[in-house]
Design a protein around this ligand. Structure first.
Ligand code: NAD
Length: 272
């Protein structure tokens, strides 16, 4: 720890002596965002929100058709890539490093929610869920760290946001793979926040409750009233938090998990 503090003190002194460069995302400086699984659902809302705010946005998705549509709609750069393929995911980031110089914000959003009874779930299926939901968070964050480590003048800004779920804490039968992947993301976020502090990157997770990614109008009032807030969530509820976490002043929010669920997990259930 002493060593770490000494290094930080040296870095602070060196930084004071460095010429001031513009670091804000105001006029003339557009922050660079990469979103995984950005073609539809919450990821698409995130791509849209950052595009509307004037960021430079790129995303990947395994669904090439939808990816192209979202790219057309938002102007964001699209890579058809499956996040469970390590080389493909690293190649997206490498292409962005080559094109943009760096990536300021990484949003690990891609994920699948596949549930099946424990005794009908194979070990291979369990592994597959982790390889899509959990491992890519490590792969992409590590690759960003490797890039930052090589910089002569370290980028003084960085954000990683991981899509977790309220199922990191609450579960139900038949969700072993999904719950384990989200519990993994919850803890991985803590470790990454500590490791990546060295490169000025904050790492937080967002745990959505029930977010309707399509057919919002088909939901019943019973669906809505399960939430103390009186409604089911929308993808934009999550996208707004992502934009908030990326604001310059919010760099003291680090290693946190932000639950966005209309109060659902805070509601006591009584059986009469
Ligand atoms: P979605 O299925 O609507 O969208 C997911 C997107 O990711 C799709 O475009 C899909 O093609 C893409 N994707 C899936 N697997 C991929 C892979 N291997 N490689 C690349 N792209 C891939 O899902 P969503 O509801 O928008 O969920 C987004 C994230 O939020 C997920 O991590 C999910 O676990 C989390 N989440 C969602 C909810 C919810 O209620 N919708 C709740 C809690 C957590």
């Amino acid at each position: 720890a002493d060593n770490y503090i000494e290094r930080k003190m040296e870095e602070l002194e060196a930084r004071k002596a460095m010429p001031k460069k513009p670091v804000s995302n105001r006029a003339g400086h557009k922050r660079r965002v990469f979103v995984t699984g950005g073609a539809s659902g919450i990821g698409k809302a995130i791509v849209k929100a950052f595009s509307n705010e004037g960021y430079r946005v790129a995303f990947c998705d395994r669904d090439a058709e939808r990816g192209k549509e979202t790219s057309k709609e938002t102007g964001a750069l699209f890579f058809p890539a499956d996040v469970s393929d390590k080389e493909a995911l690293e190649s997206c980031l490498q292409q962005l490093f080559d094109r943009w110089g760096d990536v300021d914000i990484l949003i690990n959003n891609a994920g699948i929610s596949e549930f099946s009874p424990l005794t009908e779930t194979t070990v291979e299926e369990f592994d597959r869920i982790l390889s899509i939901n959990l491992r890519p968070v490590f792969v992409a964050s590590r690759y960003l760290a490797l890039h930052r480590k090589q910089q002569t003048f370290p980028n003084p800004y960085g954000r990683i946001i991981n899509l977790c779920s309220t199922r990191y804490l609450m579960s139900e039968a038949g969700t072993e793979g999904y719950s384990a992947s989200k519990g993994g993301i919850y803890s991985l976020t803590h470790a990454l926040a500590v490791s990546l502090a060295e490169w000025h990157i904050t790492v937080n997770s967002i745990s959505p409750g029930w977010i309707a990614t399509h057919d919002y109008d088909q939901l019943t009032s019973q669906d809505h009233l399960q939430h103390p807030s009186g409604r089911v969530g929308r993808p934009e509820d999550i996208a707004r938090m992502c934009v908030f976490l990326c604001q310059d002043g919010n760099d003291f929010i680090n290693g946190e998990n932000i639950v966005i669920d209309g109060g659902m997990t805070k509601k006591m259930i009584y059986v009469e």
